[in-house]
Write a protein that binds this ligand. Structure first.
Ligand code: DQA
Length: 147
């Protein structure tokens, strides 16, 4: 496969491991990145792994992915529940999108039950912790291979 899968992470995910560990676990984002890179090697795919606390930066990265990525795996954090700009960027990207959340957003506060990202996603994985990212990569590799 020539182009890579872009794994994009939104606000506060840089605090993973320290932030509300009862909800998000003790793995750091660096642990998640390393696990994704290891899975990508097994799947023989390339990944680009990024995190930003800024909506505009995420929009810029999604626009970049439009030109260079085969697919997008995104955990937009709280912006999932608020950002029409991210939804518009994902729809404009015209690539397969898989949405990931570490926590089960449907077992939490009502304001987390709606995600704008879902409207652009082929599939959604939530509640499984960091394994969700690896399942998303498996699914994306499968999806791209069957195209
Ligand atoms: C999250 C869920 C969001 O509701 C929250 O704002 C996050 C993390 C998750 O991975 O479970 O920042 O996306």
């Amino acid at each position: 496969m020539q182009s890579s899968i872009h794994i994009l992470n939104g606000p506060n995910l840089n605090l993973l491991g320290k932030r509300e560990p009862a909800i998000y676990g003790t793995d750091t984002l660096d642990d998640v990145r390393r696990a994704c890179e290891a899975r990508a090697r097994k799947l023989d795919i390339a990944v680009v792994f990024r995190q930003s606390n800024h909506e505009g930066q995420l929009v810029d990265w999604i626009q970049e992915a439009r030109d260079t990525a085969a697919g997008i795996v995104i955990n937009a954090g709280a912006l999932s529940h608020t950002s029409i700009a991210i939804l518009d960027a994902l729809q404009a990207a015209d690539k397969p999108v898989i949405e990931v959340h570490l926590s089960n957003i449907y077992r939490r506060e009502v304001f987390r039950h709606h995600s704008y990202v879902s409207a652009a996603a082929k599939g959604v994985i939530c509640g499984l912790g960091p394994i969700g990212y690896l399942l998303a990569l498996d699914a994306m590799a499968d999806l791209l291979a069957s195209r």
